[in-house]
Design a protein around this ligand. Structure first.
Ligand code: GDD
Length: 390
């Protein structure tokens, strides 16, 4: 099947949408796919050259503008695309009615936490507008699906979570080299967070409880991996802990080093919390899946669909990311209990292999593409140029 992907989120930039899109691209019709992605430098050129699909880099960001629409129409015609997949519903879905008029092929869009955050009074019209020309929208969790349902105007709303590559993220990966590179002693108990450094993720809450945790666990270290706008503030807060803070901030790790970065940890924590009147919310949190797949227990924040990424009490804990006492208690418990960590780690590996492996998810996505491109199989499938729904 000839597929055209349109996305503003592609590796080598780090992030959940990039990870989601890249994994589907690898697994579903990679040799018959062309991707339109955002402008990128040398790292992007090297990344694209190593893929089985062809990537067309736009001159800037891929946003719903006239030049983007023209580029998509040209590439879709040259590729004779049978289906268009948008890497995110908002704002790219706004392109759909115009593309439908010009091309008349089904358009499927992935959604993430952002769209679920907008699906609320005051902002829901953005989701209505971005979904009226779509054949199908996917939702990553039960929570995001429930939030989106009243606003989505596409023919179909389907559950499609991101997964984890259980061949790459395994307990067998050796994290000792990564620890050494970060300057963490081999016998330390290492708590860590691997995520973009943005306010929702809650790295600041980890730094806040760290002095007390360090007092209770003199052998413990904290690693805050990733980059983002919160970095200067976090570095200042870490600096205030003094020279014996035992906190490392190694920055962004390259994609190939991700599994070893999780494997370096004894406990993973990302105490995310919902912000900005509910619009900034966690859709799922692929990082929790990656950590659990590597056999590392996780502490997650109770925000949006994040609790669905953890088997609470079995593979980790779910806490209120704004409640420092609850966060401290959960981290203290996992840092104090090496045997419990081993049991939870094994349960996490088994759970992610059973429930979050890409194989089944990619099959579901491939079936969705089959269904929307097979005449008569999509309820309400329209002819080209029918105009926007709803
Ligand atoms: N290479 C690299 N380097 N990758 C990183 C780094 C880094 O320093 N830091 C984080 N990542 C990767 C993680 O390993 C993970 O694969 C991804 O970036 C982050 O994914 P999420 O935890 O899902 O968070 P997000 O906020 O970027 O993603 C959004 O979309 C996801 C997919 O729909 C959110 O809406 C998530 O809730 C949602 O799961």
């Amino acid at each position: 099947m000839r597929v055209l992907w349109v996305t503003n989120d592609l590796p080598p930039r780090a992030g959940g949408i990039q990870q989601f899109v890249a994994n589907l691209l690898d697994r579903v019709h990679p040799h018959e796919t062309v991707v339109i992605g955002p402008a990128g430098g040398m790292e992007a050129i090297a990344h694209d050259a190593a893929q089985p699909y062809r990537t067309v880099r736009a001159p800037g960001a891929v946003l719903p503008t006239r030049p983007t629409r023209r580029l998509i129409v040209d590439v879709a015609r040259a590729h004779d695309a049978q289906v268009i997949v948008l890497g995110a519903t908002w704002p790219l879905g706004e392109l759909a009615p115009g593309l439908d008029r010009a091309l008349g092929v089904p358009i499927v869009a992935l959604s993430h936490g952002l769209e679920a955050g907008l699906a609320r009074p005051g902002a829901g019209h953005l989701i209505r507008r971005a979904t009226r020309g779509l054949t199908a929208v996917t939702a990553i969790t039960a929570w995001t699906e429930q939030r989106l349902a009243p606003y989505v105007r596409a023919d179909r709303l389907e559950r499609l979570p991101p997964g984890v590559d259980v061949e790459r993220f395994t307990p067998e990966v050796d994290g000792r080299g990564q620890r050494e590179a970060w300057g963490v002693p081999p016998d330390a108990t290492l708590l860590g967070c691997i995520s973009r450094l943005v306010p929702r993720k809650g790295q600041d809450a980890l730094v806040e409880v760290w002095p007390e945790l360090r007092r209770r666990h003199p052998d413990a270290w904290l690693a805050l991996v990733g980059e983002g706008p919160l970095e200067p503030r976090l570095r200042r807060a870490v600096g205030r802990l003094g020279s014996d803070g035992r906190v490392v901030m190694p920055g962004r790790v390259p994609w190939p080093e991700l599994p070893a970065s999780y494997a370096a940890l004894d406990v993973f924590a990302m105490p995310c919390r919902t912000r900005l009147a509910g619009t900034d919310v966690e859709g799922l949190g692929i990082v929790y899946l990656e950590a659990q797949a590597c056999g590392v227990p996780v502490v997650a924040g109770r925000s949006g669909g994040a609790p669905e990424a953890v088997h609470d009490g079995v593979t980790g804990s779910v806490v209120d990311g704004r409640d420092s006492d609850e966060l401290l208690a959960a981290l203290d418990r996992w840092l104090s209990d090496p045997a419990g960590r081993r049991v939870a780690g094994e349960a996490g590996t088994a759970w992610t292999r059973r429930r979050w492996a890409w194989t089944a998810i990619a099959e579901r996505f491939a079936s969705l593409l089959d269904e929307v491109t097979t005449p008569g199989r999509t309820a309400g499938r329209r002819s080209p140029g029918d105009g926007p729904r709803g």
